[in-house]
Every structure is written in structure tokens, then in C-alpha cells.
Ligand binder design. Sequence first.
Ligand code: WQD
Length: 337
Amino acid sequence: MKILVTGGAGFIGSHTVVELHNAGFEPVIIDNFNNSKITALDGLRAIIGHDVRCYQADCNDVAALEGIFKTENIEGVIHFAAHKAVGESVAQPLSYYYNNLNSTVLLLELMEKYGIENFVFSSSCTVYGEPDALPVTEATPRKAATSPYGNTKQICEDIIRDHVRATPSLKAIALRYFNPIGAHQSAQIGELPLGVPSNLVPFITQTAAGWREKLTIFGNDYNTPDGTNVRDYIHVVDLAKAHVQALRLLQKQTTGQYYDVFNVGTGRGNTVLEVVKAFEKVSGQPLNYEIGARRSGDVEQIFASADKVNNIMEWTAQKTLEESLADAWRWQLTLKK
Ligand code: WQD
């Protein structure tokens, strides 16, 4: 079964390509390499043992996208390709709304035209905003997004939901990610932030590798055990495997018109300081960090209830925080500044 993976050369996309292959699916990538490197394809070849077909194109390029649907016998789509930097989305909202919304609508239109019935969407825990109660379940009300990026994820979920209601055969799942970290244990693929990382773990590993002078922890005056923010850090390979389980769940739906959402997290929360201490333990070296001012837009605490994804999608996170950080560190040590 051929699966089109948009953004398949990216961090989560590339790890999902590996797990799709391992599960007997045939992944086909479309990626414009705006936020990924073509070298990721070399890493995929090293892991999988052969080239993965990749179309260098933008998901908003109708001709290129339709050409793939005409050429390849695609039976499912996993849509990762999107702009995803919260801070950047505040500075460039139109670019985020156009890119993230238009690509989703275009994919759904072409899927309908070519009779493709299985759609997995990369959503985010940012759709919850600052939750009133923890852990968040899929029934937790979505609050007003705290950024245009988060808003695009909320709107895309609504687009998919409404389109499924109007399309008898379409089956779709939205996976709400928490905080993906780590790398494939082979260290052949991993996170490749372009420029200065905004996310915590790549900033930690780059600091430990001497690429950055020190980590600034954005605030330690929150109402949490040690004053720093709480997040649900999930190994990217666990997250990738969740996409395989989502496809299998869609394949089980025989009547079409299926839409559901799943939190994909460990069900555990860790503070920023706990992540730093765990990293120092796995790396065997102290990390240079300081406490700085809060970062605007950060929610104080969020972590998932994973009951629904555990029970219905038959998926449970396997990797610990320390295993994830050890894999992230091993990957970082292969990189050259
Ligand atoms: C985690 C914690 C920071 C950097 C983002 C996206 C979200 C999702 C996951 C896509 C926070 C603190 C960070 C630093 C720090 N991505 N931090 N110093 O903001 O939880 O979520 O990635 O779906 O949509 O918003 O992740 O890694 O940026 O921050 O103290 O240099 O680390 O304050 O508490 P975040 P993050």
C-alpha cells in the first residue's frame, strides 16, 4: 500500500517513512526541502537499504501534486508538510495561513478526485492552548489558539472534519502531537533545526556540543514543582509508530465517513529542569544554562492523557525521557556545525 508522506524528509516525516517501510507500507515522499535537508534521503537509504521515492515539490503546487497522484497508485496520505514555528507564525501570519491551510485543502481535493480514502493529519497539542485541567484528553475543549500556527492546526482539523462529513468514503485521523524529541537509534536521521533552534532539546544538544554558549531556561517562576514549564516529551520513533497504527485503524473502518482525533503523548509531564538534569545524566557532562525571562506564548503546563490512543489505536509510548535524550545526543555527535 503506497502512502504519500508530505514533508517526508523532515524530522517526524523521515522517522515515519522508516516505520511505514518496517510495517510493509511503501512510502512516497513529497518535500520542498524548505525546512529539511536532502541529506535526510541518504539517512533513509542507509536505514531502509534502498532509495525512497521522493518528489522535490511544494504541496501548494497543484500540477506537481496532481502529477504524483496520476503517476503513483497512492492509497493513503500522511500530511506533515507545514510551517511550524510558533514565534515565526506571529511575525508572518499570512504565510502560515496560506501554506498550512491551502496545502490541506488541495490534498483533500485531489484525494477525492483520485478516490483516495485514508488521511492522517499532523496536528498539535497547541490546539488546547493553556488547559484548565491536566492531563488533557481529546474531550478537553480547544481554547483560542495562542499563535497563528496553533490556529492553523485548529482550522485544519475543522476543515478535515467537515469534509469527512460531506464525503461518504473518506476516513481521517488527526494526531495531536506533544513534544517530539530524540532520533533514530542508528543516528542516520534526526532533528535538523535550521538556524538557532527554538525547541528545547536541540538547543540543549547544541549547547552540549559547543555550538551554543549556554541554554537559557525561559522562566522558573511558574506554578510547577520546580518553577519551570511542564511538557510531554515523546520519542520521535514512538510518534512515528503512532502513524502506522493510525493507518491500520483507518484500514479497519469499512464504512467510510470516519473522523477521529488522538493525543499522541506519553501521559507523563516533565519540567524543563528535569529534562536538563536527565540530559546531564545521559551525556555524562554538566550543561551550561541560566534562568532567563519567560517566553511569551509558552503555556505553563501541558501533558496528555494517552488512554484513548493506548486503547483504541493500540499504541503506547515505549521510550523513556532518558532514552530519548541519549538518542538525541548520539545524533548531535554525528553533526558538523
Ligand atoms: C519546551 C519548553 C520552553 C527552548 C513547540 C510547539 C508545539 C510542538 C512542540 C509542533 C518550554 C522551554 C525552550 C529554550 C527553554 N510542535 N525552552 N529554552 O513550545 O512546548 O512546543 O514544540 O507541533 O506546537 O509550540 O516546545 O521545545 O520550544 O519548549 O526554556 O531555549 O522548553 O519555555 O517550556 P513547545 P519547545
